[in-house]
Design a protein. Structure first.
Length: 456
RNA sequence: GUGGUUGUAGCUCAGUUGGUUAGAGCGCCGGAUUGUGGUUCCGGAGGCCGCGGGUUCAAGUCCCGUCUUCCACCCCA
């Protein structure tokens, strides 16, 4: 038998028991907050049709797509001409018609269109699933990662924005992560290009502005210049960069209010701020430079930034016409997304995971010998019926080995029940944390364990 | 996709201008201790030096290719 060298494809990761428990801790926290606000879970398949996935992003997102080859003899169906030309673009539709989803928003749009007659609007759904992107992995960027999304569809009310901001705040507070919620609205960005007379260049403008905190104002101006923006644009960008602390009362805000779009945008921000509770408000930063690359956003946009971590831990915003491409116009929505893997990284860096782990085995029964095995095995049932997470060592290994097993797995209690104990009816209970032992009958032991574990 | 970087024991890493049998710490296994883990002491196992090719009397070491890692860009959670 030849040995196969095992490895993982680029950017793919395994998670051990400890990591999975920590990831689930994050997921459970997010999930419980989503549900507290009335969101319901859905799940969608990992694969979608390429026609669906290409619905929004265009060329850029196409590069990030993992495509799946058609089943069967897929080359047979490929057109000879495309094969000979080796033209990727024209050949692709011949050999691949599905791909892995790269976010949860496009599948949501597809879902809503397909199930529109079953849904009650406003539709509040959450979705916690992995997504895949074929870009080069680096810090905080994975080829397979989990998003935790909550979206409200079919409601224009800004109360939704407020609630989603509160969800951000509540989740990160529960997790112990200090962060700021950067808030802006796309409408102000539109107002800026309108004032500059460059309405047609909104996407280019937002992409460049988005780099501000990374490359600085001078570089941004340079890029804007190269992209064909004018002095008016430069002035506006400089002004918003300089008025980061009190933007809403700044001169530039008044300027933006001269356009209808800008006026509405400022009203939106003021309305949202007026509805947010005081505690959450302290974490909200009006940030007129926040742009967000994705061009389907049309209203308020958010991004979560934590100190010491470049890149966002979450983001979101309002989109007016997400399902329009799929033949269902007029459905407005707003949503947020938590980046599970990045949240994990930050919590690991800052040591924020709780130390008490309630998921592990609480008590191990030692397996001494063949004579007592069956009798002790019965005890596991009794212990489990009381809710104690119980293990019975499956072989008669050396005591030392069994104790080491308990130690390595951080099991806090061990019950030793050999022939000696079974004869007397008093079992030995060992506390692995302090090494103390005591003898007692099974009922007493159960109540000791219950007390001890309940107090943690 | 562009540019750079990395790979030696399960893990973290040494390994000289190319030169005997590739090392350490931690971990693992066994013993001291046949009913007691985490400490201590003693012993042991474990390497296609990422993979493929080349240069050389000789390659972990130099060259080329490839895969992988990490980082920056692009873009983004």
């Amino acid at each position: 038998m030849s040995k196969v060298k095992v490895s993982l494809p680029k950017g793919m990761r395994d998670f051990g028991p400890e990591q999975v428990q920590k990831r689930q801790y994050i997921i459970n926290t997010i999930k419980s907050v989503f549900e507290l606000y009335g969101f319901m879970p859905i799940e969608t398949p990992v694969m979608e049709n390429l026609t669906t996935l290409n619905g929004k992003g265009g060329e850029e997102s196409d590069k990030l797509l993992f495509k799946v080859l058609n089943s069967g003899d897929y080359l047979k169906k490929a057109e000879q001409q495309h094969l000979e030309e080796k033209n990727y673009k024209s050949l692709l539709p011949n050999i691949s018609e599905k791909g892995l989803r790269y976010d949860l928003t496009v599948p949501l749009a597809r879902y809503v269109v397909m199930h529109q007659n079953e849904l009650t609007f406003p539709f509040k759904r959450y979705q916690i699933q992995p997504v895949w992107r074929a870009d080069r992995p680096q810090k905080g960027r994975y080829r397979e990662f989990w998003q935790c999304d909550a979206d409200v569809l079919g409601s224009d009310s800004l109360l939704n924005e407020v609630e989603l901001i509160q969800i951000f705040a509540k989740v990160f507070k529960q997790l112990g992560i200090e962060m700021n919620i950067h808030l802006n609205t796309r409408k102000l960005l539109v107002a800026m290009v309108e004032l500059s007379g460059k309405q047609d260049k909104l996407t280019s403008f937002t992409v460049i502005l988005d780099k501000l905190d990374k490359i600085g104002i001078d570089k941004v101006i340079e890029l804007l210049n190269e992209a064909g923006f004018n002095a008016k644009t430069f002035d506006l960008v400089k002004a918003i960069a300089n008025n980061s602390s009190d933007f809403l009362n700044s001169e530039v805000a008044k300027q933006l209010a001269q356009t209808e779009t800008g006026k509405v945008g400022l009203q939106e921000l003021n309305k949202i701020l007026s509805l947010i509770d005081d505690e959450t408000k302290q974490q909200v930063k009006i940030d007129a430079t926040l742009a967000r690359g994705l061009d389907y956003y049309t209203g308020p946009i958010f991004e979560i930034k934590a100190a010491g971590f470049s890149g966002s831990l979450g983001s979101g915003g309002r989109y007016d016409n997400l399902t329009g491409n799929f033949g269902l116009p007029g459905v407005s929505g707003v949503g947020i997304s938590f980046g599970l893997d990045r949240i994990y990284d930050v919590m690991k860096d800052q040591n924020l995971f709780p130390t008490s782990n309630t998921n592990i085995t609480q008590v191990l029964l030692i397996n001494f010998d063949k004579e007592t095995e069956q009798q002790v095995f019965q005890l596991t049932t009794q212990l489990r019926q009381t809710g104690l997470k119980t293990e019975f060592y499956p072989t008669q290994a050396k005591l030392k080995k069994q104790m080491k097993y308990a130690n390595d797995k951080n099991i806090p209690f061990v019950i030793l029940a050999g022939s000696r104990e079974l004869e007397s009816g008093k079992l030995t209970l060992k506390n692995m944390q302090n090494g103390e032992q005591q003898e007692a009958d099974i009922k007493t032991i159960i109540s000791i364990l219950k007390d001890s574990i309940g107090n943690e």
